[in-house]
Ligand binder design. Structure first.
Ligand code: FES
Length: 352
């Protein structure tokens, strides 16, 4: 609504003098303070219907924020973690991440938009010049701050505009719930999951490069190859978490070079299978020196002697690599004779 459509009786009385003194620079005072421009009333200042419309707009924005927060919580609880959706032009996205981001974004944006609209249309926009004064919390200053605060509250019309106040309080109360709900992702505790891998008696050792079961004749002295349990696929939902525990290094030694008695018993014709996961902080071990039988972790140079129970001979790793007991099945393929007899990976287990 423009000012010429507003009923004349609603227009403010002609200001006798402009707000703030306007001075002109002259020879005596070349830096005269020009003062503040006269205050221009907004349509909401002179038309209660426009003010009501603004009030409803602000309340609507705060209400949308409340609904978005409820949507955030509902998305977190109801959408499966692995569900994906197609969103143009972004492509395929995880449905839960998309819903959480969208609803939280709307919840925060509408609180901000509501506050801005409230300030621009309903709160007092009259500029006031305040004189500088010493920074000192005297009783008078405190009394003035208190009075200013009350004046600000009065000018924000929060007392009179109960709809705005209530919806704003509702929006601000609900938004922190988003953070509380996310705490659920701290659980559940792993239980004994980290103590077991997919290896079990009779599981074939499958070459991770060729995806084929391994025969003893495939493993030549001095070579290093990597294996996983049969039945695993990169497309499995849990592939990453399971291969992070089950990955094996396969090395063939001359049986006479094996110094550790148990290692020799758990090997097959000099073929030994050790966890590929470094016992320092869990990097995959990928380097092997065939003359010395040393396996080296590239992350912090922990070095393990594969001819002597994979004990640590250098570096920060806390304990030897776990060995998997292997044999050969009736069809001539290498197979596991059980799971690892200790947890794989970082030395947390020795402390925990
Ligand atoms: S992770 Fe292997 S040495 Fe640090």
């Amino acid at each position: 609504m423009s000012s010429h459509q507003i009923p004349e009786e609603n227009l403010p009385a002609e200001q006798e003098a402009p707000h703030g003194a306007v001075r002109v620079a002259d020879e005596e005072n070349p830096f005269a303070d020009p003062g503040l421009p006269p205050h221009e009333p907004r349509v909401q200042d002179i038309d209660e219907r426009a003010a009501k419309r603004s009030e409803r707009t602000v309340a609507l924005l705060f209400t949308v924020s409340m609904l978005a927060t409820v949507g955030f919580i509902a998305s977190f609880v109801t959408i499966p973690h692995d569900k994906s959706i197609f969103v143009f032009p972004l492509g395929h996205l995880n449905a839960m991440n998309f819903a959480l981001g969208l609803t939280l974004g709307v919840a925060l944006f509408t609180i901000g938009a509501g506050a801005v609209h409230w300030a621009r249309t309903l709160m007092s926009d009259e500029e006031i010049a305040d004189e500088r004064h010493p920074i000192e919390a005297s009783p008078e200053v405190r009394a003035k701050v208190h009075a200013d605060f009350k004046q600000g509250a009065k000018e924000s019309v929060i007392g009179r505009r109960k709809l705005i106040r209530n919806t704003m309080l509702g929006a601000l109360t609900l938004v922190p719930l988003s953070g509380v709900v996310l705490l659920r992702d701290l659980g559940p505790l792993p239980g004994t999951k980290l103590r077991h891998t997919m290896w079990s008696k009779g599981k074939l050792l499958v070459n991770m490069n060729t995806n084929q079961p391994i025969r003893p004749s495939d493993v030549v002295v001095g070579s290093l190859s990597f294996a996983m349990p049969e039945g695993m696929s990169e497309h499995d939902e849990n592939f990453q978490s399971e291969i992070a525990k089950a990955a094996l290094m396969i090395v063939r030694l001359q049986p006479g070079d094996i110094k550790d008695k148990r290692e020799l018993e758990w090997s097959h014709e000099g073929i030994v299978a050790y966890s590929k996961i470094c016992t320092h902080v869990g990097c995959p071990i990928s380097l092997y020196e065939q003359q010395t039988h040393h396996a080296l972790c590239p992350c912090h140079q922990s070095t393990f002697d594969l001819s002597d129970g994979a004990r640590v001979i250098f570096g920060p790793a806390g304990h030897a690599l776990p060995q998997l007991r292997i044999g050969v099945n009736d069809e001539g393929y290498l197979e596991a004779l059980g799971d690892f007899d200790e947890p794989v990976g970082p030395a947390f287990w020795e402390r925990g």
